[in-house]
Design a protein around this ligand. Structure first.
Ligand SMILES: NC(=O)c1ccc[n+]([C@@H]2O[C@H](COP(=O)([O-])OP(=O)(O)OC[C@H]3O[C@@H](n4cnc5c(N)ncnc54)[C@H](OP(=O)(O)O)[C@@H]3O)[C@@H](O)[C@H]2O)c1
Length: 281
C-alpha cells in the first residue's frame, strides 16, 4: 500500500498519474489541483475510483498548500508537475487571467521585442516554479518524513539540460527552461538537506508527450515554425524518434524510474529522463 500526492493533477500527465497510481485499490492517491470541482467531475467520469481524492492546491498560494492532506498511509511519494502557465498573483486586478507563455515556441531574440511581457513571464514562471515548489516541499515534509518511501519527484524537462541545449541547439522555450533548471537546483538542495533523513529528491523529465499543447490548429504561424524546427532537431538527435509519447507511456516510464531509484544507488538530487538516463527523447 502506498500513498502518492500529485500536484498539477487536473489534466495531461498529472491526471494520468492519478489514473495509473490508483489502479491498485490499496493505494491512496491525492491530487492537488486549482479547480477541485472540475477535476472531481473529470475523475468521476474517467477514473471513478474511491482511492482517488482531490483537494485544493495552487503553487502560487502558500495558504492553499498549507492545507495539506491529513490522509496518508505509511508510504508517501510527492510528485509535482505544472506547466509554466500560471495565474497572476491574487492581488492582481487580472486575477483570473492566465499568462499564455508567448515565448514557448519562439526564439530567444523575441525576448527583447516585448520586454515587459517577457519579463512578466520570466518572473511569474520563477515564482510558480521555484518559490512554489520550495513552499510545497517544506509544507509537505512532515508527511514525507512519516512515510516509508520518502520520495519527492519534480517533473522537469530535458529543456533544462545544458548539454542538450548546446548540442542540439535548442533555442526555443527560454523562460520555461530557465524555470525548470532553477527548480532542478532546488530539488538537489533539498536532497542535500534531507538525505540523512532518508528522503530522495529527483527531477525527472517525462519525454515529449502529447497533452494537446502542440495542436497545429491552435498555434500561431511563428509557434508552428518554432515547433517544426524543434521536432526536426529531435529527429536528428534521435534518428529513430517516432514522435510524441502518450501520457500513459510516459507515466509508466517515469514511475518505473523513481520506483527503482534510491539514495543508496546514488540517485539523490539527480536529473534524468523517463529512461533514467540523459537521453531526453
Ligand atoms: N508534455 C510534454 O511534452 C512535456 C515535456 C517535458 C516536460 N513536461 C512537464 O510535465 C509536466 C506536465 O506537463 P503537461 O503537458 O501534462 O502539462 P499540462 O497539460 O499543461 O498540465 C499542467 C498541470 O499543471 C497545473 N498547474 C499549472 N499551474 C499550476 C499552479 N500554479 N499550481 C498548481 N497546479 C498548476 C495545471 O492545472 P490547471 O488545470 O489548474 O491549469 C495542470 O494540471 C509539466 O511540468 C511540464 O513542464 C511536459
Amino acid at each position: 500500500m502506498s500513498s502518492s500526492v500529485v500536484l498539477g493533477a487536473s489534466r495531461g500527465i498529472g491526471f494520468e498519474f492519478l489514473r495509473q497510481l490508483s489502479l491498485d485499490p490499496a493505494n491512496i492517491v491525492i491530487g492537488l489541483v486549482r479547480d477541485v470541482k472540475t477535476t472531481e467531475s473529470k475523475v468521476t467520469a474517467e477514473i471513478n475510483r474511491s482511492n482517488v481524492h482531490i483537494i485544493h492546491g495552487d503553487l502560487d498560494s502558500y495558504d492553499s498548500l498549507k492545507a495539506r492532506p491529513k490522509r496518508s498511509s505509511q508510504e508517501t511519494v510527492l510528485i509535482t508537475l505544472h506547466r509554466k502557465q500560471a495565474k497572476l498573483p491574487q492581488e492582481s486586478p487580472a486575477e483570473a487571467w492566465t499568462i499564455s507563455s508567448p515565448t514557448e515556441l519562439v526564439f530567444p531574440k523575441t525576448l527583447t521585442s516585448s520586454a515587459s511581457e517577457n519579463k512578466e513571464e520570466l518572473m511569474t514562471g520563477f515564482k510558480t516554479n521555484v518559490v512554489g515548489n520550495v513552499h510545497l516541499f517544506n509544507l509537505f515534509m512532515p508527511l514525507i518524513l512519516k512515510g516509508q518511501q520518502k520520495k519527492v519527484i519534480f517533473i522537469s524537462s530535458g529543456h533544462a539540460d545544458l548539454d542538450f541545449i548546446s548540442k542540439c541547439e535548442v533555442e526555443v522555450s527560454g523562460p520555461y527552461a530557465v524555470g525548470k533548471a532553477a527548480t532542478n537546483t532546488v530539488v538537489a538542495k533539498f536532497g542535500a538537506e534531507y538525505g540523512n533523513d532518508g528522503v530522495l529528491f529527483m527531477s525527472i523529465s517525462p519525454g515529449v508527450v502529447d497533452t494537446g499543447h502542440f495542436d497545429p490548429t491552435k498555434l500561431t504561424e511563428q509557434e508552428r515554425q518554432g515547433f517544426g524546427a524543434f521536432m526536426a532537431k529531435m529527429q536528428k538527435y534521435v534518428p529513430h524518434f517516432q514522435g510524441m509519447m502518450t501520457p500513459e507511456e510516459s507515466v509508466k516510464a517515469v514511475v518505473s524510474v523513481y520506483e527503482k531509484a534510491s539514495i543508496a544507488n546514488g540517485d539523490q538530487g539527480s536529473f534524468v529522463s523517463h529512461r533514467g538516463t540523459k537521453q531526453w527523447i
